[in-house]
Design a protein around this ligand. Structure first.
Ligand code: 0X9
Ligand code: ZN
Length: 414
């Protein structure tokens, strides 16, 4: 973080004052504050959420990282025991991300820059078009705005739909742009290396892969057009002016349990009014149930950022362990080692609630129990907070490459 602060100070005024796109939040001058709170009080948290532009790590109560406009810094700080400024200028950090690039054809270059949503669907369609004998474009329902939740189904020598499923979801949280790139890299590798790499061939012949790079298209588009730090979907709430449900708090399993999500429509972790009442969740639930009923699910991975964690059920209860907890731990230990072997990136692993924080209605609790998936993981990919959600474009390729090695190690063992 320090280098961002220094870079910010050195930025010429003209650059720092670049004009924002009409309607887009200009984060110039906004700060990231790390707040130490006295104790976990929902009331104080709600007050902070109301004042802050965004909470970056909702759920963590001891150390809350919030993005705050200059005028609200004092009011927010007054609610904390201790406040540390961890980024002096969010706008400058966004500049470092690298912006959106123009897309031409599927190639490794896709993984060196960020792209607009329309290009993500173009990339997937073009990739599929090069491997028509062993892939198809799939959809899992539609978003609030009617955008189809689009993915790719990849199969091997056994033929379409003949093997247990491996299911990957990306970009459920709109601002986590690195995660759609990560899911796309899995599809890229499986298809482009199938004919030349015996390990890849064995994996594609062993499973049917269902890869959904952007399961929150409305939120993702909004994060590109209006608010780079948007997290939720774009569903309105009747009788309330706040927008968005957290799709990772809306899955219909243990949704009703308290303590792991918010009932406040203005919160980053708003769970919705009823279990599974977000259209995106309806489509994803139907997808999980259909794959369960077809050949069963061997491995589910929900790609998130940031923090460098590999987590498994349960989110809703910190004392409960899934019956194959030891197997989950073994695969995660080996995946973390495989990731570290590439560039030295270190991951923390463990059951989700006990390791990070409580979540109710999250994807992996659903895939573990109603979905009966043998393995269910949340990956929180790079970094640990220096850049956070706005990981610079020059880290996309290293991130997806190391994550691929972690996933391959899991696929070999699953
Ligand atoms: O809060 C989430 O949904 C995930 N973290 S993120 O910063 N990407 O939003 C974590 C979900 C994992 N589950 C639990 N920690 N219980
Ligand atoms: Zn996330």
């Amino acid at each position: 973080m320090r280098s961002i602060v220094i870079a910010t100070l050195l930025l010429p005024l003209t650059l720092a004052g670049v004009l924002p796109r009409a309607g887009k939040i200009d984060y110039n001058g906004y700060k990231v504050l790390r707040l130490s709170l006295k104790d976990k009080s929902a009331e104080v948290e709600a007050q902070i959420e109301a004042l802050a532009a965004h909470v970056l790590n909702p759920g963590k109560s001891a150390n809350l990282d919030v993005v705050v406009s200059p005028k609200d810094v004092d009011a927010v700080s007054a609610l904390a025991v201790k406040t540390t400024v961890i980024n002096e200028n969010v706008g400058a950090a966004l500049e470092e991300e690298g912006g959106l690039s123009v897309y031409a054809v599927p190639s490794e270059a896709w993984f060196t820059a960020y792209h607009a949503y329309a290009d993500h669907t173009n990339f997937l369609t073009d990739l599929q078009g090069s491997f028509t004998a062993q892939s198809e474009i799939i959809t899992a329902g539609a978003s609030v705005a009617g955008r189809p939740l689009t993915g790719i189904h990849i199969w091997g020598s056994g033929g379409k739909g003949s093997k247990p499923a491996v299911l990957f979801h990306g970009n459920v949280h709109a601002r986590e742009w690195i995660t759609s790139k990560t899911a796309e890299y899995m599809a890229w590798q499986l298809l482009t290396k199938y004919s030349t790499n015996t390990t890849v061939k064995a994996l594609v012949d062993k499973f049917d892969f269902y890869i959904m790079p952007v399961v929150n298209p409305d939120g993702f588009v909004y994060s590109q057009t209006n608010d780079r730090l948007w997290r939720k979907n774009r569903q309105t709430v009747s009788g309330n002016s706040c927008v968005g449900r957290d799709i990772n708090r809306n899955w219909p399993y243990k949704w009703e349990v308290t303590g792991g999500a918010s009932t406040d429509p203005c919160s980053e972790t708003f769970k919705g009014r009823a279990a599974g009442d977000a259209p995106e969740n309806k489509g994803l639930v139907a997808q999980v149930n259909a794959l369960r009923d077809l050949r069963g699910i061997s491995l589910y991975i929900d790609f998130h950022s940031y923090g460098q964690y590999i987590l498994w059920p349960y989110g809703y209860d910190c004392n409960l362990r899934t019956p194959n907890d030891a197997d989950h731990r073994r695969l995660a230990t080996n995946a973390a080692a495989a990731i570290r072997a590439v560039y030295g990136t270190t991951y923390t692993i463990g059951p989700a609630c006990a390791t990070l924080y409580a979540t109710t209605g999250d994807s992996t609790d659903y895939t573990d129990v109603p979905g009966n998936s043998t393995y269910s993981y949340t990956y929180e990919v790079r970094d640990t907070g220096r850049y956070g959600f706005t990981l610079p474009a020059n880290q996309i390729q290293p991130t997806v490459r190391e994550t691929w090695e972690g996933v391959v190690s899991m696929l070999k063992a699953a």
